[in-house]
Write a protein that binds this ligand. Sequence first.
Ligand code: ATP
Ligand code: MG
Ligand code: MG
Length: 560
Amino acid sequence: EEKHSLSFVEQLVEEDLAAGKNGGRIQTRFPPEPNGYLHIGHAKAICMDFGVAENYGGVCNLRFDDTNPSKENTEYVENILNDIKWLGFKWGHIYYASDYFDKLWDFAIWMIKNGNAYVDEQTSEQIAQQKGTPTEPGTPSPYRDRPVEENLRLFNQMNTPEAVEGSMVLRAKLDMANPNMHFRDPIMYRIIQTPHHRTGTKWHCYPMYDFAHGQSDYFEGVTHSICTLEFVPHRPLYNKFIDFLKEMDGTAKDGLDDNRPRQIEFNRLNLTYTVMSKRKLHTLVDEHLVNGWDDPRMPTLCGMRRRGYSPESIRNFIRSIGYTKFDALNDVALLEAAVRDDLNKRATRVSAVLDPVKLVITNYPDGKSEEMTAINNPEDETAGTHTITFTKNLWIERADFMEDAPKKFFRMTPGKEVRLKNAYIVKCTGCTKDANGNITEIQAEYDPESRSGMPGANRRVKGTLHWVSADNCMKAEVREYDRLFNVENPSADDRDFRELLNPDSLKIHENCYVENYLSSVKPGQYLQFQRIGYFMMDPDSTAEHLVFNKTVGLKDSWNK
Ligand code: ATP
Ligand code: MG
Ligand code: MG
């Protein structure tokens, strides 16, 4: 892998190491909420969390932030694990925030007993109204000063099957005038009666993010808790709850103030022409605006995998955009360039004709066939070769023929020579049309001395065309994808994001022909359809009906 300059995150980590913090130990975590599939934004966080651990001899654990049972399930857990493995990372432990529900409960009880938490029976609307503004203090809840015993009784009541969702919350008693809004008596627990995918019906109230995340980091011994910029204003509260925890466990004054996770924030990944909010991705799937989470148009890792992106190209892209303190919108063309770059090195070159028209080599013997050698990858000698069958009847691309061609048309036109890749030089002699003037067949004569590898093949011919033998090929469906959205930044648009979808984001070519070699490939194998682009077999493919996804074209066709 290429050397790269340190990001500001790694610089901070190195400062901590130099200062002797945590005894030189490095421990990070990637904390997905199992309420959806991972997308390329998550990949940016994964590369950082795992990258820091790898670079400094530490460990990165996974922690499922499963504190909201109403949106989470094990299907998401399984897929998240699979996607992280696919990206090429190895975790230490797998933890769940739900492993800490007992500890967090005890901590909450301690907070109540110390007069630092209270049960509020107001509605969430009332609580929101009392928050105040950053410049005006909030209004204290009428329940703020209720006695400890009453708080303990009500908090226990919150954790019963009878508790009504929304009827009570536990709040930290902090500072209703603090300029940081997160200090204005943040909610610690709320009632949720949906069974949890791991703890079942043991719990009826669950900790909020702010009362679970930092504490979980602390319990696990995380040294650097790396997250995205929207958590900057949460950081003082993150630290405050850890202060309380250290007070509770008696390590508050341990001199070095060691054993304390440090939260560091970087900019989220936003990509042009897509959305990354899980709520919106859920909508796309639930309303069948795409064909599932792994639709190749989705920004999900499973979608990109199905489309044919390599994990290496995603990691290279993330390295190239880097980590900063400013949110930005990254051009998806950069990702596609990274995909092209990587696939060029690993894709097997094959022949496929997406919009076929018949080409007959009139002077080639009927019934004859020859096995031609096709190099699998000119970028990689070790990739070897395969054979492709040449016969009298071929398919070529309709766009590769013009009856009256301009001078610069170096493809097939009557009277001119072109090379058929890996085969012969042929000279077009004419074409046949139907009653409507559509071309139904093209004729050419081949030069028997010009077979690839023979001296006669060295003659200068401007154009080289790809082809497939009509007598030795398979039919295939090819799915071609365009931008999922018509606008660069759908998230910044006032209109409903559904109205911004590109209605032509999926184009299906039903009548393609591919060389027989493709019957032996599998989804997961990187392919280049020569002169067209990079492709991957789709899992919908069967022996009778081959299906391929276009990963990306050979050249960027959007920024011409
Ligand atoms: P949403 O807010 O859409 O529900 P999320 O960010 O809450 O998504 P999580 O599963 O909680 O999703 O995210 C796990 C980790 O991935 C978090 O640390 C989060 O900061 C990080 N992450 C999520 N989206 C991005 C992104 N677009 N760029 C970088 N990191 C991201
Ligand atoms: Mg989250
Ligand atoms: Mg979120």
